[in-house]
Write a protein that binds this ligand. Structure first.
Ligand code: FES
Length: 172
């Protein structure tokens, strides 16, 4: 099975699609049209972890709007992912407390180590990198969240050690 075929299979997962269609039907009545599409895209990303093209096609059909318009909205907002995330999602906090305590150096360390930028996935699929606003752990700044775990009081050296732990686990 090719990656595209696999993505199509994920995208047409009946249960998730049913949930998405139900959300569209329920929300359509209550929401203002401008915020409605964004709410639907959030729901789709919650279900699929990203926005596969076949899912955007389904949304277009359900809402009777062109896929190109949905694509435009999805690419405009940085919090929508258009590619599948890595096995581990690294969210780097760029909130004020983290920024003044060295988030820029941590971000540079991540870029150098992983050879990717924000919104990208490492070629082995192990990590993806995304920005975050305050993660509510300012006392531990600078902070990253990997999946749902907070790692704080980071230095470039500590960041590399943490990445190596995940790499080691992946090899087991
Ligand atoms: S600013 Fe980074 S956790 Fe609050």
């Amino acid at each position: 099975m090719t990656t595209t075929q696999a993505n199509d299979a994920i995208a047409t997962d009946d249960q998730k699609l049913a949930q998405l269609k139900e959300f569209i039907a329920q929300t359509q009545k209550d929401e203002h049209p401008d915020s409605f599409l964004i709410a639907v895209l959030h729901k789709a990303q919650e279900l699929y972890s990203y926005l596969p093209v076949p899912v955007m096609d389904e949304i277009a059909q359900e809402m009777a709007i062109p896929t190109a318009h949905i694509w435009g909205v999805a690419t405009f907002y940085h919090y929508f992912n258009l590619t599948p995330p890595g096995q581990h999602v690294i969210s780097i906090c760029l909130g004020t407390a983290c920024y003044v305590r060295g988030a820029a150096q941590i971000l540079q360390t991540l870029r150098d180590e992983l050879k990717i930028d924000m919104g990208q996935v490492t070629p082995d699929g192990l990590f993806s990198l995304q920005p975050a606003r305050c993660l509510g752990a300012c006392g531990l700044a600078p902070v990253v969240m990997i999946d749902d775990k907070i790692h704080g009081e980071l230095t470039p050296k500590k960041m590399i050690q943490i990445l190596n732990q995940y790499r080691k686990q992946a090899k087991k």
